[in-house]
Design a protein around this ligand. Structure first.
Ligand code: ATP
Length: 366
């Protein structure tokens, strides 16, 4: 069992600060996913936890034990990388048992652990094969098997599925989640794929430029993103951001003017409930964030007119794109009869699903 606590972690490579003051605790048994764009520091953070890199500042504790100076081999963890080199001249069973042999574990014990891991990963029938006789997915399973046999108290995964084709990725994702359920071991998983993060994580940690933008459950990040960056990173299709202007500020409520908004029922203004300290002033440029499912053909008090520039069939539904709306580009999901490019629609805004972003990018709506 392992709880991983990072406090005030900074990592500099020369003058470049790759990780900037990160505080984070991954709880015992949790499946945490680090996600973010290329270069945000995901792998560096994982390598710091693993012990392959040393923090410039800050402390890392495993179950309250400071692991400073403890080499990777002494940390009771196993790491699975994107590119996993299996020994080509060894069988699957030998590949899986190799680290145990190096650690001086008896042949009998090795055989038991390899058999158990193989069964977990459903590769028992492959144990005598060589790596070249395996598919990509089977090889990745062996790489994971190699990690499992060591019975670590912490698993670290660095984009382990990115070399697999789309179908296999989905399958392996499910298997890793099942593995986590069965082993109940702490797992930290790095990916740049937000769908992977959404489907697998107990908790997602969104990173940008070496900092945590937000950490929370997939639902929390989707429904209550802390800022525009998280809102745009999580969710597919991406959230729509409509440029608007603040026209009125009252306690707990901000009214905005949205270009292209059709006259509302009885001229009702577009207003959102906001947090106490929103810092907005009249005339500020803000953005209204609305996910595709909160924009539709249903009649609603607040409506926008949009001309469809193209539609994509995504299986059972269409993604309709409106490229020339005065407030910004729009994408919505539509499940009815096909709608073609060039058609003009009236789209209802579901205000309960709308977010307001301040000029700083912070979400200020409640
Ligand atoms: P990707 O998704 O592309 O793998 P990442 O989020 O994992 O990206 P890191 O590999 O952690 O990013 O790198 C974070 C930043 O630190 C990058 O700008 C990278 O160039 C820099 N960096 C990483 N390792 C080193 C190093 N050894 N020396 C100098 N700079 C480094």
């Amino acid at each position: 069992m392992s709880r991983v606590e990072l406090s005030g972690i900074t990592k500099r490579f020369g003058a470049f600060e790759a990780i900037r003051g990160i505080d984070l605790t991954v709880e015992d048994g949790e499946f945490a996913v680090f996600v973010g764009p290329s270069g945000c520091g995901k792998s560096t953070l994982l390598r710091l936890i693993c012990g392959l890199e040393v923090p410039t500042e800050g402390a890392i504790r495993f179950d309250d034990r400071d692991v400073r100076g403890v080499p990777p081999a002494g940390r009771r963890l196993a790491m699975v990388f994107q590119s996993y080199a299996l020994y080509p001249h060894m069988s699957v069973a030998e590949n899986m048992g190799f680290a145990l042999r190096m650690a001086g574990i008896s042949r009998a014990e090795r055989a038991v652990r390899v058999a158990r891991a193989a069964e977990t990963l459903q590769i028992t029938r492959l144990l005598e094969r060589r790596p070249k006789e395996l598919s990509g997915g089977q090889r990745q399973r062996v790489a994971i098997g190699r990690a499992i046999v060591r019975e670590p108290s912490l698993f670290l995964f660095d984009e382990p599925l990115s070399n697999l084709d789309a179908e296999l990725r989905v399958e392996m994702r499910a298997e890793l989640m099942e593995l986590h359920r069965r082993l109940a071991t702490t797992m930290i998983y790095v990916t740049h794929d937000q769908i992977e993060a959404m489907t697998m994580a107990d908790r997602i940690v969104v990173l940008r430029d070496g900092r945590i933008e937000q950490a929370g459950s997939p639902t929390m990040l989707y429904e209550r993103p802390a800022n525009r960056f998280v809102a745009s990173f999580i969710g597919s299709p991406r959230m729509n951001f409509l440029a608007a202007r603040v026209t009125r500020v009252e306690p707990g409520r901000v009214t905005i003017d949205l270009p292209g908004l059709l006259p509302g029922v009885a001229g009702e203004p577009l207003a959102l409930a906001v947090a106490e300290r929103h810092g907005l002033r009249i005339d500020d440029s803000v953005e209204l964030g609305v996910r595709s499912e909160h924009l539709g053909l249903e009649p609603r008090p607040h409506r926008l007119q949009a001309r469809i520039s193209f539609s994509e069939y995504v299986g059972g539904a269409w993604h309709l794109h409106a490229g020339d709306h005065p407030a910004g580009r729009l994408v919505l999901r539509h499940a009815g009869a096909p709608i073609h490019a060039g058609e003009t629609l009236e789209l209802g805004l579901d205000m309960a699903g709308c977010h307001l972003f301040a000029p700083s990018g912070l979400r200020v709506s409640v």
